[in-house]
Design a binder for this molecule. Structure first.
Ligand code: NAD
Length: 356
């Protein structure tokens, strides 16, 4: 029996997680999934109840579970708090505590949604790209950091740092994923300017020797951004640092039309994973029954595939989502003319119906 920690978080988090739980309940009832759910707090709602965005109980529960399913964190009302108390710090803290260094962000364009992309259909149709982002190192965590006064004026500092072991492990992650796909890894860096990227490139070359069946190429991040909007289908797996991955994966997400469709996984070396939609807590639409729950439902599929070894059931969820899209049902964010627009709850119910 696998034990899953469920953390709805803030904003639309609760609504979308409710739909994902319907899917899990259905799989539990009809496919002997045997998933035990444990519920916890994170983010702003955790701060409101406990005074911390990452309560000790949540961390303890995470360490006792096999995976985490997360909604999203954040909201305007918590933006005035001191930085360490803000919702996003809860999420960063959980990623760091569980050493979730490998962030997988697939960007898949569902053929039914090709019209929702901002790019021409022929450029994006059939897009199936995986961005592998280093998640617990680099400039987001490097020291020294801060804002100080120097030479009589304010001075901001962050440090882009990587040990070779940190680069190697994300490299292995990317190559192993590529082995299950089209066997091509493109490593994104800025080695022409940054020494830390020079090391990144060297280590990627070294790691690639363990994977003779996978082709490795390198690209500078500025060109990668350009190529992503020019010819995104040229890529299979892109591997990159925390900062570059943050930016490029949002760019890749938009190629697919809506961030409401895209799941993500963050894994540690034991394949313990946290699974969450790539979007945030969308406070502008929270509580209105209009949020798209499909990214969260597809995050359950990723959890089954990458942490729980239940590839068949993962496929079942993905087929069910496709069926609902084929039937023409859409939440507002992915709707085109002529589609039937439905709410968050109904979308969850339709996926469950398609699963049966
Ligand atoms: P956001 O992703 O929450 O929203 C961006 C836009 O996309 C909004 O217009 C929103 O309505 C829409 N959107 C997002 N998810 C949607 C869905 N499922 N269905 C339909 N539309 C959807 O990003 P933001 O507005 O920049 O941030 C809002 C809050 O979320 C902030 O507090 C931010 O810090 C936080 N955030 C959290 C995470 C996370 O929990 N992983 C990620 C990004 C942002």
């Amino acid at each position: 029996m696998s034990k899953i920690l469920v953390l709805p978080g803030d904003g639309i988090g609760k609504e979308i997680i409710t739909q994902a739980l319907k899917v899990i309940d259905s799989l539990n009832a009809n496919n002997n999934l045997g998933m035990e759910l444990v519920h916890g707090l994170i983010g702003g709602s955790a701060y409101d109840e406990t005074g911390s965005p990452l309560p000790e109980e949540t961390l303890k529960a995470a360490k006792e579970c096999d995976s985490i399913l997360l909604g999203a964190v954040g909201g305007y009302q918590w933006e005035v708090l001191d930085r360490p108390l803000r919702p996003e710090r809860g999420l960063l803290g959980l990623r760091a505590e569980m050493d979730l260094f490998s962030n997988l962000r697939p960007a898949i364009l569902y053929p039914q949604l090709a019209a929702a992309s901002s790019l021409k259909e022929e450029i994006v149709s059939g897009l199936d790209l995986m961005i592998v982002r280093e998640l617990v190192g680099g400039i987001y965590f490097g020291e020294p950091r801060g804002i100080e006064v120097k030479d009589g004026q304010r001075f901001g500092i962050n440090s882009a740092t990587y040990f070779e072991s940190e680069i190697a492990r994300i490299g292995h992650s990317a190559f192993q994923i590529a082995q299950k796909r089209d066997k091509r890894v493109c490593s994104v860096d800025k080695a022409n300017v940054l020494e830390v990227c020079e090391l990144w490139r060297e280590v990627m070359e070294e790691v690639s020797k363990d994977y003779p069946d996978v082709e490795l190429s390198h690209i500078y991040v500025d060109n990668a951004a350009m190529q992503l909007v020019k010819a995104p289908k040229q890529f299979d797996v892109m591997v990159t640092s925390n900062l570059f991955g943050d930016v490029l994966s949002d760019c890749a997400a938009m190629l697919t039309g809506s961030i409401g469709m895209l799941p993500s996984a963050s894994l540690n070396k034991d394949n313990f994973g946290m699974y969450e939609p790539i979007h945030g807590s969308a406070p502008d639409i929270a509580g209105k029954d209009i949020a798209n729950p499909l990214a969260t439902i597809l995050s359950v599929a990723m959890m089954l595939r990458y942490s729980l070894n239940q590839t068949d059931l993962a496929g079942k969820i993905e087929v069910a989502v496709n069926t609902v899209l084929d039937q023409g049902y859409r939440t507002g964010d992915i709707a085109a003319q002529g589609d039937t627009v439905i709410g968050t709850e109904e979308m969850g119910d339709r996926v469950v119906a398609a699963l049966k």
